[in-house]
Design a protein around this ligand. Sequence first.
Ligand code: HOC
Length: 383
Amino acid sequence: MVTIASTLDFRDAARARLPRFLFDYADGGAYAERTLHRNVADLGDIALRQRVLQDVAEVDLSTTLFGRKMPLPVALAPIGIGGMYRRRGETQAARAAHARGLPFTLSTVALCGMDEVRQATPGPLWFQLYVLRDRGFMRELIAKAKAVGAEALVFTVDMPVPGARYRDAHSGMSGPRAPLRRVLQAMGKPGWAWDVGLRGRPHKLGNLEPVLGNASGMNDYMGWLGANFDASIQWRDLDWIRSAWDRPLIIKGILDPEDARAAADVGAQGIVVSNHGGRQLDGVLSSARALPAIADAVGDRLTVLADSGVRSGLDVVRMLALGAQGVLLGRAWLYAMAARGEAGVALLLDLIEKEMRVAMTLTGVNAVSKIDRSILASTKDIL
Ligand code: HOC
């Protein structure tokens, strides 16, 4: 059993428990995975200024996002097919986030539907919406999100087509003989297979059940998604989303200041600076590199969140210093949930808090609102 001492250990523990096709689906990125690696490397390379004797006996990690006071400037990002990683995976993660008073973002392509998550836990729920060809179904999802009391709509705009994820073809997630390869891999991971498939009725199809009634497995599910994302959407389509949704709207997948300004112009309350964890267009900027210019362009008009490459509490502090007001954790929670279930996500959040507290103490800031570029070592200090 892998010892979990740091947030990074969950990745090894998840790899040990999951069949290869699932671990690689979560872990992989697009094309040669250069952006995937840059997300982590660029963020990790951000050097901090160590400061001393700043009276940091009390450090306040709380913040307010979209009118909700939160103990940490952190929310759980939307993740597709999370229920494949653990039985009722999204619900388990939502419970762990809500126990800390943190928002959980339920993906359109989650395997636990909105009703299930809401019945399991009353905490702050955000709903993530994809652009689908069937606008009527999008409206139904928005209406459902309202009915279950979702506090924000996270509208993902960086997937007009799925990115080319070559690792999936090698791992058996897609490609020839994929179903057979997945069964063979599952036989080598009996703990996972028992939990997710054998010990009871497998998952239903979550939020997509109304449109996927006859789907019989992973290939049908992924095939439907691949055929139903809609590349014809434009900024002006935000008008009807705005008219259907009167709570905070967060546009996710912004990597360019011009698009960030457009998001503010259409009346969004927030954006997520994101390259979808390096899973869409390989070669684009890492979030850490894109973030400062975007924060400068629109930080006074909307709430700027960031994801992609965040694996630790230290990374959360770095993103805040680069201009984010809040940070979404994606793979970090998926690995923790796959490895240890709800308790794993709870432990991840404890570790994130601990690391943030140490980082803030040693950079001499005692409140999240005081984290800015002044805690970064400038090139001038290094050269
Ligand atoms: C073929 C459709 O955001 C991801 C998720 C969901 C993607 C659906 C894939 O894996 O990046």
